[in-house]
Design a protein around this ligand. Structure first.
Ligand code: GDP
Ligand code: MG
Length: 293
């Protein structure tokens, strides 16, 4: 960096449908796993904030949950999250999957009305030949007055550095908002619940709806070992049966794979005490919703 260049800092909102690769990009750009990557929709219920500090400045990323039709209370909250993240942002990154031609009219209007510099990120370019990718770029470039149009492969890291430098180009000048080693503001409890939820989703395949909720009751550092007690909350008895599995094999597998990741996260041995519980209609329960905050 030249001496006369001022530091820049600001908030960047990652928006777009689920599965377009927002978390993959965030993990790549942060060079560490801060957000759960899954090939199932709606795994990111909350915004995950990643903070990247370099010699150029500081970028604070929002990994926003996808765009949903308000149907359940939870989804209305998600909509609110998307809306609020736009108001908080200095730059909006609108992600699309190159193979997906659906139009997000609702979100496009939100972006337009926000009057913020918005980039369109055409992700998963690795799936197509160059000529086809160029066609797709031509199709989306006039949707809005984009500040930047960026073809990307978040998975392979193509144009990730370029995108980061374009973000700096549009960020306002300013000092760091957060201390430099604070790469995430998410709580330990949230990380733990996301790790377990990832295992549940991966091991149950399509059998469960995306409504599984992990309640972390206890995380206690006992010196040589971290004790974690958590509940997998599902909506029906039959879903509980799926989670527990024949002779409790599935819940054991969830516990074992989850424990391994938790040990990596805590850098210590972990005892994971895991239960399955029926918690009917939790999506509409205000009490549980408020506990999600
Ligand atoms: P999010 O819901 O937008 O956060 O999407 P994720 O980051 O969880 O990614 C959804 C799926 O798309 C995962 O299976 C990723 O591995 C995959 N994916 C993400 N980026 C790319 C990419 O650039 N190319 C390809 N081929 N797949 C990708
Ligand atoms: Mg995600």
């Amino acid at each position: 960096m030249k001496n006369n260049e001022k530091r820049k800092s600001g908030y960047v909102a990652l928006i777009g449908r689920t599965n377009v690769g927002k978390s993959t990009f965030l993990n790549k750009v942060m060079e560490t796993k801060v957000s759960i990557v899954s090939d199932k929709p709606q795994t990111t219920r909350k915004q995950i904030l990643g903070i990247k500090t370099t010699e150029k400045g500081q970028i604070i990323f929002f990994d926003s949950p996808g765009i949903h039709i308000p149907q359940y209370k939870l989804n209305e909250r998600m909509m609110k999250d998307v809306h609020n993240s736009l108001l908080d942002a200095d730059i909006i990154l609108y992600f699309i999957d190159i193979a997906d031609k659906r139009k997000d009219n609702f979100i496009i209007n939100l972006i337009k009305n926000s009057n913020k510099p918005a980039f369109i990120i055409i992700n998963k370019i690795d799936k197509f030949k160059k000529s086809k990718a160029l066609d797709r770029i031509n199709n989306v470039k006039d949707m809005l007055n984009w500040a930047e149009i960026v073809p990307l492969s978040a998975l392979n890291g193509v144009n990730v550095d370029l995108l980061e430098s374009l973000i700096y180009k549009h960020l306002p000048e300013g000092e760091n908002f957060y201390s430099k080693d604070e790469y995430t503001l998410q709580s330990e409890r949230f990380f733990v619940s996301e790790i377990i939820r990832e295992k549940v989703l991966n091991l149950t395949r399509e059998e469960l709806p995306y409504t599984t909720f992990i309640k972390v009751h206890e995380i206690t550092d006992k010196g040589k070992i971290v004790y974690v007690r958590a509940e997998i909350c599902v909506e029906t008895k039959s879903q509980k049966k799926i989670i527990v599995g024949d002779k409790a094999t599935l819940i054991k597998q969830i516990g074992e794979t989850g424990r391994k990741d938790l040990e990596e996260y805590f850098n210590k041995k972990v005892f994971l005490d895991l239960f399955a519980k029926v918690s009917e209609n939790w999506r509409n329960s205000t009490k549980i919703l408020s506990e999600l905050d």
